[in-house]
Design a protein around this ligand. Structure first.
Ligand code: NAD
Length: 512
């Protein structure tokens, strides 16, 4: 199914400009470092051009964030929470504006774009609560008259590098937590989504003005990877939190490590669901289709591999193919559209190449993979999500192709399913559909799924902010968002206080 009409670039530009204006955003003045074209994947057209941040400006912004940090770190954490509370309020007021920009720049269907902004509001609430916690522990000292404890202190400037597919939520996960932890933030958003970034920066600037926080708590760098490299290599940036491809993480990780900086990496996934013979197939179909085809397969947690017991493989595959036939592809602003465009025609080319390779490996494309609306928007990339039955987990299945391709594999024993499941380089999200508690627990156990996220009877995507988000292996090992992920944004000091008149040494050592 394809919706026919698409909005034109001029109408999208006008809508984007109005949303930016309402958020209080001023587009940066002309610069000397070249221009960044803000595009929309809805038509492939250019909306606006923005000046890129020069290397001198980046240097000055990092200095401003560092100077603001020296002040901000001494503001009591609950008062830092007031800034994030205000940001959350402004995000609620401008939810529709920001979601509109997310749809225009990232191509997400509007309900998912609204959901992404809701996630920002949720993390602000979480961070405000956290601002009255930031707990350290007290440990038992082996020495009489001594107290042993730990304190958590602000870390410094946090450099946030983010990907196009969650253009605003990832920034908020990092920024809301970093700010209550007493850090300041310099953000390098994806070059594919600069307008959403300008809007977020404007809302945070307003929140800082309203609450009397230093203006330098946040700075925005606009540009490509060379702009991100400024954060990677600068020793004033205490933590680099980078979200994107494994390729990017491979470049960023060692460079930050070389200067002994801290790095939090949130990289690609290759997420799988295991479906056992006891699964509720109605529920499984819904969970699978949302995870695999939702966001046009452009979530880091998108479902890419389905590992189905051979007894139910034919029935489940038929039902998924049927459901795929009902998915309206088209204008993401239309309320009945469920699949918007891919980010670019290059993303479609990568998808087509993956499908070609899968077929050469013996795979059978059961549905999808064909481009839609080509005449209406030749520079955009609308595509029907694909399902491919594979004879084995070949090299292409072990790669992340950032597009809606679902590979179906079959298994006989749960052991075999878990081996297949873990037999990829990435380790982000996973799930099992089963009615058997034994199977579910086996999947969640130490020798079960090796991912940072392991679910039962829901798909791989759509995490809540309350849990720590991230994955293992090539996904990078970082954790963001809820639980105790805040610790990555602070430094820990262990304190030993002697309140006695003696000086006993630890481990019974005698000296003087
Ligand atoms: P990308 O790697 O192309 O770019 C991500 C960001 O890194 C951009 O801002 C880019 O400018 C910057 N960058 C690239 N190379 C750099 C370098 N050498 N130094 C500094 N910065 C550099 O990724 P993308 O195409 O925007 O996003 C899709 C990828 O991101 C997918 O692999 C997806 O799985 C992953 N992703 C992961 C998560 C997660 O939480 N694990 C979340 C969203 C997206």
């Amino acid at each position: 199914m394809t919706t026919t009409a698409l909005p034109d670039t001029d109408a999208l530009r006008a809508r984007a400009e109005q949303a930016l204006h309402r958020c209080g955003a001023r587009l940066p003045a002309e610069g000397a470092a070249g221009h960044l074209a803000a595009r929309t994947p809805l038509t492939g057209g250019t909306l606006l051009t923005l000046p890129m941040t020069t290397s001198e400006d980046a240097d000055a912004m990092i200095a401003e964030a560092r100077a603001a940090f020296l002040e901000w770190r001494t503001v009591p954490a609950p008062r830092r929470g007031a800034l994030v509370k205000r940001l959350g309020e402004l995000l609620s007021i401008h939810k529709e504006d920001l979601a509109g920009l997310v749809t225009i720049e990232a191509g997400k269907i509007h309900s998912e774009a609204l959901g992404e902004v809701q996630e920002m509001i949720d993390i602000c609430e979480f961070a405000v609560g956290l601002s009255r916690q930031l707990y350290g522990r007290t440990m038992a000292s082996e020495r009489p008259g001594h107290r042993l404890s730990e304190s958590w202190h602000p870390l410094g400037v946090v450099g946030v590098i983010s990907a196009f597919n969650f253009p605003v939520a990832v920034w908020s996960w990092n920024t809301a937590i970093a700010l209550v932890c007493g850090d300041t933030v310099v953000w390098k958003p994806s070059e594919l989504t600069p307008l959403t970034a300008v809007a977020c920066a404007a809302l945070l600037r307003r929140a800082a003005e309203d609450t009397g926080a230093p203006d330098g708590v946040h700075r925005l760098l606009l540009g490509g990877r060379e702009c991100g490299e400024r954060l990677v290599d600068d020793p004033r940036v205490a933590l680099v939190s980078a979200t994107g491809s494994v390729r990017m993480g491979r470049e960023v990780g060692p460079r930050v490590a070389a200067r002994f900086g801290r790095c939090l990496l949130e990289l690609g996934g290759n997420n799988a669901a295991v479906v056992t013979p006891s699964a509720d197939l109605d529920l499984a179909v819904r969970g699978i289709v949302f995870s695999a085809a939702g966001t046009a397969g452009q979530r880091c947690t998108s479902l890419r591999r389905l590992i189905v017991h051979e007894e139910v493989a034919d029935e489940l595959t038929q039902r998924i193919v049927h459901a795929y036939g009902q998915l309206p592809v088209g204008d993401p602003f239309q309320p009945d559209t469920l699949v918007g465009p891919l980010i670019s025609t290059a993303a479609y080319d990568a998808m087509a190449k993956a499908l070609e390779t899968a077929q050469a490996d013996g795979g059978k494309v059961l549905t999808g993979g064909d481009r839609q609306l080509r005449e209406a928007a030749p520079e955009a990339a609308y595509v029907r999500p694909a399902v491919v039955r594979m004879p084995a987990q070949t090299a292409i299945v072990r790669e992340e192709t950032f597009a809606p391709v679902l590979y179906v594999l079959t298994y006989r024993t749960l052991h075999e399913a878990i081996e297949l499941h873990n037999g990829v380089p990435q380790g982000l999200s996973s799930s099992i559909f089963t009615r058997s508690q034994r199977e579910a627990e086996r999947f969640l156990a130490a020798d079960g799924s090796d991912c940072g996220i392991a679910n039962v009877n829901i798909g791989t995507s759509g995490a809540e902010i309350g849990g720590a988000f991230g994955g293992e292996k090539e996904t990078g090992g970082g954790r963001e968002s809820g639980s105790d992920a805040w610790r990555a944004y602070m430094r820990r000091a262990t304190n030993t206080v002697n309140y006695s008149d003696d000086l006993p040494l630890a481990q019974g050592v005698n000296f003087l």
